[in-house]
Each structure stands twice: as structure tokens, then as C-alpha cells.
Ligand binder design. Structure first.
Ligand code: DGT
Ligand code: CA
Ligand code: ZN
Length: 578
């Protein structure tokens, strides 16, 4: 047994590298193509190449001739390849990474290397920034700028995109798609439609009888940096901003199965396929196929679930977390909807770091159909914002009374606070001050990196305070840059059950905190939730749908959410908490 058991993928990568280096070196094209073909073939090969080698049948693999099979033999026997070692001494292997830059081919890479001594990405970036590339033969200011943009896109590629960034980008693209002649529908699928907090890439679905003109128009959009792949039903592109998207185009009569497939999740789809097969039907993005190969086409997604014999499942719940089983048993939850929300309970005004007056926030809430608005400005200890001092509360109450009088009974304004849970675990106001307020949020903003035991204890202190009604954005995370506090969430939930406090799902898309999984755990324990935007302007009140989506991902129903209750029930609940 040798120690050099390269996988199919590793072998493919080695031959790919050889092809790239030969190309930069300027080798004749047929040699390069032979290595490239071998690499592709090894990557896609169904069996295990190592086993085939042991059987002495390497040349049975397509694309593997005598020269390649000898190299594979050398690799498995010795662990390395003399040919590659020699090639690497002639052409720096780090040059291959330059080929990853969109639109940068081997000729240009060779040019940069020979003329400027550039051997890696960092060197290329520095030269482009210094304007050294534009004077080379065949180059100019424009192509130099493009290379810089390409390097930037490359550096962003590894990370997932937060939902709050992907959402508006998708929105804009969908509008453009709808303007292409022949496009009947354009909607988002994938993790974006499921409202996952981050997305890997956008999946855009179009219903059109003829796909070619749509693909053509899409791949030629000015914001497209490079086309990664293009086919009849699917194209894949990378945009200048580093985001990637797949466009799926299907005829209108098949749009239902296409949208369902591309919405995923993959695991949910696998479940549906299993269910379908039990009914003698094979489900694909194109439709259902019977055993005699006749088809059932679905123009809408509702029809897909109907054929499967289960109720339509909202995209947010398609994560294979028991939803298909629940649907079969008729036990899907009555998922909360935006229209269930009756009150916005976590907002800021000019009394702390909000941008507008209490009255303006109340008008914003009223215009969105809410019956109650709570103003919950920060307490003073949070250094970065101007907070409400104990003395300020009287003046703030007067402003609320005036606004209430002017707005009449169209909306009820509550005086609340977002009181800081300080680093030592105490709250920023004494109990008798908290007792005077209509609603109290307690939140962590500072010293979030304390050890688990310490920060958990801090939160437990707030949970156990009888004047605290809601724990605001409990973990304090910010997507994508800040991880939440290292809380012992079981202990937190146990304490919440004990005290009856509500936990927030912050709808602010940088927070979505509690997240979907924690929200589901919380309601299973009977902990009431509250979904709020933490708005600092009236416009931010529109972020509520992100919180609703997170709640739906956590199987939350309206009855679990205090601000989805009838106003009287909510006010009773608040009064009873003291
Ligand atoms: P992402 O982009 O990583 O945030 O996650 P998704 O869910 O958007 O996944 P993506 O973009 O790889 O694929 C889009 C959808 O295509 C996915 O949600 C379900 C479907 N899909 C992709 N690969 C497979 C597969 O191997 N089997 C099945 N049944 N569906 C798949
Ligand atoms: Ca995706
Ligand atoms: Zn806040």
C-alpha cells in the first residue's frame, strides 16, 4: 500500500496546473489541450482512479493516453512528478493563480511575468495600482482597471453575502429581467427566497417561451464581469461587485417545477423527490414524469405540492427540518405573516440616537397599519449614543402626550426604554425608574466578548429583573462582521421560561437575532417572542419583513409573538409584568 493515494480531484488539479504552466510558458497548443482534457476527464470520472491504476487499466479512462497514464503511475508510485518539478523551476507555479482573475489569459500573464517580473496576485495588484500595466503592448488604462476590479472580485469571492446586501441587488436584477422582451415572470429562488441570513449566490428564475434571447441579454448586462457558464436553461455569471448569480429560464408551463427546484433547499428537494417516487412519479426541474415517460407539467409551485399531495410549504421553511413530515401529517404550523404584526415595540427617537421625533416615528408606525408604537431610547451608559437620563423621562413623557393628543386614537404611543445591561451585569437604571415605564427592553451592546459564564450571567440578571419585559437582540451579533456573544443559550432559555420574559427577534437584517434555530427552540419552550425593527428612522420600520422571515424559518406562529397579539392582550401582558 503506497502513501500517495491522490484522489481523482487531486490528480485533475495537478494536470490542470501543468496545462496552465505550459500555456504561460508558450508550449504548443495540442500538448496543453491533452493535459486539460485529462484533467476534465479525471475530475468527472465516476470510479476511483486509484483502483483503476491498481488494476493496470488507466488507459481505459477517457482522455488518459500513454503519456498521462505514465505520469499517474509515477505519482502513485513516488508521490511526485519529475516533469512538474522541472516545469515549476522554469515557470513559477504561483503564476497559475493569476489565471483566476476574470478575463486574464495565459498570454497576458506571461507578458506581465517576462516584462515586469510579476509572479503572484499581490505583485499584479501592486503593478496595476502603480499604473505599470497600461503601457505594456496590447494593454491600456481600461484593461488595467479591469484587472484591478477582477482582483477585488476575487478577494471577495470566498465569503457569503449577507441577505441585506443580496436582497436589493436581486431586486434590481429582477426589474431588468422583467424588461427583456418575452419575459413573463422573474422571481428570486435559492437561499434568497428562503430568506437565509447569508446567500452563496443569487438564483434568478425567469418564465419565457424562448430562453436564448433572455440568456443573451442577461449575460451582456453591463454589471457582468464574467460569464462562468451559459446553457439553454441555466447561465452563471459573476458581477463587478463580486456577487454571483445563476439565471434559470423555463417555459411558463413548466415554471412551477423550475421555481420549486431552484428554491431548494437541496435537502428539501431530495425529500420531495422521494415522496414523488413513492407515487410513481419522477420529479425534476422540468416537471413530473410518469413511468411511461408521459409528463405532468406545473405552471405554478402550488400545483407541484398539489401533485405531491401535501399543502404548499413556505420557502422559509424548506430546510428539511421536518417540514415535509409535518405537511404529510397535516401538522404544519400556521406561519406568522407580516400582516399579523400589530405593534412596533423597539424604536429610537431624537431622545437618543434616532433621527426623528417621537411623533414622526408614530406617524410612520400608524402608516404601516400598526396600532401601537413603543419608543425605546437608549439609557445613558452606552457611550456612543446620547442616552435618556433619569431627569429626561419627564420631558419625554410630555412629548409623547403631546404627540398622542395630535394623533388621536389612530395609534397608541408607549414610553419605553432600551436599558443597557452593563459590563458588570447591572442595569443602567434603578428598579423604581424601570417600574414607571410602559415597556422595558434590556440589551447587551458592550463587552460582548466576555467569557461564556460571565456574559451568560449578565443576561440572566436582566432576565430575572421583573421590570424587564423583552430581551433585545439577545446575542448582539452583526452580520457579517460580528459573532454573537458566547451565551449558554440553554441557561438563557431556562431563565426566560422561569421569568416569563419575552425574547426579541430583531428584524434588522444585520442582526436577525434571535436566529431561526433559536427562535424555534424558544417557542418550543413556550417563551414569548417579539419581532421589531430597532428603527432609528421611519423608513427602517419597513425592515419588519426580514424579522418575519426569520420567524417563519423558525416555525413561529402569530400566537407566539406579543406584538402580533391584539393590543388589549399585549397591554394586559405588559401591565401584569409590572
Ligand atoms: P447558497 O447559494 O449556497 O446560499 O444556497 P442555495 O440553496 O441557493 O443553493 P444553490 O445556489 O447551490 O442552488 C440553488 C438551488 O438549486 C438549491 O436551493 C436547490 C437546487 N439544487 C442545487 N443542487 C442540487 C442538487 O444536487 N439536488 C437537488 N435536488 N437540488 C439542487
Ligand atoms: Ca444560491
Ligand atoms: Zn435599539
Amino acid at each position: 500500500m503506497t502513501q500517495h493515494q491522490f484522489t481523482n480531484q487531486e490528480l485533475a488539479d495537478i494536470f490542470e496546473t501543468i496545462a496552465n504552466l505550459l500555456e504561460i510558458k508558450g508550449e504548443v497548443i495540442y500538448k496543453i489541450l491533452a493535459y486539460r482534457k485529462a484533467a476534465d476527464s479525471l475530475r468527472d470520472y465516476g470510479g476511483n482512479v486509484y483502483t483503476v491504476w491498481q488494476e493496470g487499466k488507466l488507459t481505459d479512462i477517457p482522455g488518459v493516453g500513454k503519456a498521462i497514464s505514465e505520469k499517474i503511475d509515477e505519482l502513485y508510485t513516488t508521490g511526485h512528478l519529475e516533469f512538474l518539478d522541472k516545469l515549476s523551476s522554469e515557470v513559477p507555479p504561483s503564476l497559475a493563480e493569476l489565471l483566476e482573475v476574470p478575463d486574464l489569459g495565459p498570454k497576458k500573464v506571461a507578458l506581465f511575468w517576462k516584462e515586469l517580473g510579476i509572479t503572484d496576485l499581490a505583485g499584479l495588484e501592486a503593478a496595476a495600482q502603480a499604473g505599470e500595466l497600461q503601457n505594456l503592448p496590447g494593454m491600456g488604462q481600461k484593461s488595467e482597471a479591469k484587472i484591478l476590479a477582477g482582483i477585488e472580485a476575487l478577494s471577495r469571492r470566498t465569503t457569503r453575502t449577507p441577505l441585506w446586501k443580496a436582497w436589493p441587488a436581486a431586486d434590481e436584477l429582477l426589474k431588468k429581467l422583467l424588461n427583456i422582451p418575452g419575459v413573463e415572470q422573474a422571481v428570486a429562488g435559492g437561499s434568497l427566497r428562503r430568506m437565509k441570513e447569508t446567500v452563496g449566490d443569487l438564483d434568478l428564475l425567469v418564465a419565457a417561451a424562448d430562453s436564448a434571447p433572455v440568456m443573451e441579454a442577461f449575460t451582456n448586462l453591463p454589471e457582468v464581469l464574467q460569464v462562468i457558464g451559459s446553457g439553454k436553461t441555466k447561465s452563471s455569471v459573476e458581477f463587478n461587485n463580486g456577487l454571483r448569480a445563476q439565471l434559470w429560464v423555463h417555459p411558463p408551463e413548466r415554471f412551477g417545477t423550475a421555481l420549486q427546484y431552484a428554491t431548494g433547499s437541496k435537502d428539501h428537494n431530495v425529500r420531495l423527490r422521494e415522496l414523488s417516487l413513492k407515487n410513481g412519479l419522477s420529479l425534476s426541474e422540468h416537471g413530473f414524469a410518469r413511468e411511461d415517460e408521459s409528463e405532468i407539467l406545473c405552471a405554478t409551485e402550488e400545483e407541484v405540492y398539489e401533485v405531491l399531495g401535501i399543502p404548499w410549504i413556505p420557502p422559509e421553511a424548506r430546510e428539511d427540518r421536518g417540514e415535509v413530515q409535518a405537511a404529510l401529517a397535516g401538522e404544519l404550523p400556521d406561519f406568522i405573516e407580516l400582516s399579523d404584526i400589530q405593534a412596533e415595540l423597539h424604536t429610537h427617537s431624537t431622545w437618543s440616537d434616532g433621527k426623528v421625533s417621537i411623533k414622526e416615528m408614530a406617524i410612520g408606525a400608524r402608516d404601516r397599519g400598526y396600532k401601537i408604537l413603543a419608543v425605546t431610547d437608549h439609557s445613558p451608559s452606552l457611550g456612543i449614543t446620547q442616552g435618556v437620563t433619569i431627569k429626561d423621562f419627564k420631558g419625554q413623557r410630555e412629548e409623547i402626550d403631546r404627540a398622542q393628543e395630535e394623533l388621536g386614537d389612530s395609534i397608541l404611543i408607549l414610553q419605553g426604554s432600551e436599558v443597557e445591561i452593563k459590563a458588570d451585569g447591572t442595569l443602567d437604571y434603578p428598579d423604581q425608574v424601570l417600574a414607571e415605564l410602559d415597556i422595558v427592553f434590556a440589551s447587551l451592546h458592550v463587552s460582548l466578548r466576555q467569557p461564556r459564564e460571565q456574559i451568560t450571567k449578565r443576561l440572566l440578571n436582566a432576565i430575572q429583573n421583573p421590570h424587564v419585559d423583552v430581551i433585545g437582540h439577545p446575542t448582539g451579533r452583526l452580520i457579517p462582521d460580528r459573532e454573537g456573544a458566547d451565551l449558554d443559550i440553554e441557561a438563557v432559555f431556562a431563565a426566560a421560561v422561569e421569568s416569563g420574559v419575552a425574547m426579541e427577534i430583531s428584524a434588522h437584517p444585520e442582526r436577525l437575532d434571535l436566529n431561526d434555530i433559536h427562535a424555534r427552540q424558544a417557542i418550543e419552550l413556550g417563551i414569548p417572542l417579539s419581532i421589531n425593527t430597532d428603527a432609528h428612522t421611519p423608513g427602517e420600520l419597513d425592515l419588519m419583513h426580514f424579522g418575519i422571515a426569520t420567524a417563519r424559518r423558525g416555525w413561529v406562529e402569530a400566537k407566539n409573538v406579543i406584538n402580533a397579539w391584539e393590543p388589549d392582550k399585549l397591554l394586559d401582558w405588559l401591565r401584569n409584568r409590572g
